[in-house]
Write a protein that binds this ligand. Structure first.
Ligand SMILES: Cc1cc2nc3c(=O)[nH]c(=O)nc-3n(C[C@H](O)[C@H](O)[C@H](O)COP(=O)(O)O)c2cc1C
Length: 320
């Protein structure tokens, strides 16, 4: 089995490590993102923000773009469809000093694609070329892209990849599914390999990676420079340290869970921080047999101190 590559360059930026947390709206805000970075994720991608919010309601997205210096390299992700608005928004985002700005060409949600943004952009190669040309000329930071395998009736990912590389893109993350597959279904790694073969910028493979062996499969089939992990990381953030979930001792799960909770409470405030942590708590505790009553009590607890106490009791039982 070939050794995984140990990092790559995005323009002048040295990415240390080849595993990267995927941008995930509702998940990859600072608490989880910074935790994954500490566990080995090589780039901190923020959740996507839309051009109109950047330009008209910047206070709405301030929290999504918050990062700490030790997370660098930090990539702000932007979505939109209008080249001029994308340029104006990217220039605005640049003031927040990210290391790169990433354009989303992958989001399959109809509300976004109907307006020609996200995966909708993949149907308009000429516009995509215009966007990358404009942004790469005007920005001081590198511009990167996250794409997917086109649409069922328009699998033009090779064309789009070439356009992005040709018009100034520095990095391509490829979600190995079509727009119609959304986030489900078998990822097509061979299609990612084809993209990797034809562009001379780094390519990150993404889709369906849950275990260390999935990482190796992605690397073997695609020869990609990095592997991006989304939902697999929610279930197992230790994947960035190349560890499978079942390898993590109970005391380490408890330690990371409490660390994550603390980040969530300090970042979002006590009440909201606990509410937003519940979905992560469910994933952390999934491997353990916990009674439905105990689970219900924990996940409806609104006092962080009592939540931590209940959690400790659950872990004492899990260790015993
Ligand atoms: C809840 C959720 C939110 C997502 N939000 C974003 C996003 O903001 N930007 C983006 O490029 N992709 C987003 N994605 C797609 C992921 O980055 C990734 O491409 C996808 O989940 C496939 O990877 P996985 O199979 O490892 O989960 C999201 C996916 C999920 C499940």
């Amino acid at each position: 089995m070939p050794e995984l590559k140990k990092g790559f360059q995005v323009g002048e930026i040295q990415v240390r490590g080849d595993l990267i947390l995927a941008p995930m709206d509702g998940y990859s805000s600072w608490p989880f993102r910074s935790l994954c970075r500490d566990l080995g994720s090589g780039i901190s991608y923020t959740e996507f923000v839309k051009t109109e919010d950047v330009l008209d309601r910047p206070h709405h997205i301030k929290k999504k773009l918050y990062f700490t210096e030790n997370e660098r390299p930090v990539f702000f992700q932007l979505y939109g469809h209008d080249p001029d608005k994308l340029l104006a928004a990217a220039l605005h985002l640049q003031e927040g000093e990210p290391d790169a700005i990433d354009i989303n060409l992958g989001c399959p949600n109809r509300s976004i694609t109907n307006r020609g943004a996200g995966a909708g952009l993949m149907r308009t190669p000429v516009k995509t070329a215009r966007i990358f040309k404009k942004l790469s000329r005007a920005l001081e930071v590198p511009i990167t892209a996250k794409i997917r395998l086109g649409w069922q009736d328009c699998q033009n990912q090779l064309l789009i990849a070439r356009i992005i590389a040709e018009y100034g893109g520095f990095l391509l993350a490829v979600h190995a599914r079509t727009k119609e597959q959304g986030h489900q279904g078998e990822p097509d790694l061979v299609a990612v390999a084809e993209i990797k073969r034809i562009v001379d910028i780094p390519v990150i493979g993404n889709g369906g990676v849950k275990t260390v062996s999935d990482i190796q499969t992605m690397q073997e089939i695609t020869d990609c420079d990095g592997v991006m992990i989304g939902r697999g990381a929610i279930h197992n953030p230790w994947i960035f340290s190349k560890l499978n979930r079942e390898e993590i001792p109970v005391n380490q799960v408890q330690e990371i869970m409490l660390d994550h909770l603390e980040r969530s409470l300090s970042f979002h405030g006590q009440e909201r921080g606990l509410i937003l942590f519940r979905k992560f708590a469910t994933s952390y505790l999934a491997p353990y047999s916990i009674s439905s009553e105990q689970r219900r009590q924990l996940l409806t607890q609104s006092d962080p101190r009592k939540f931590i106490q209940q959690l400790r009791e659950i872990f004492v039982a899990a260790e015993g």
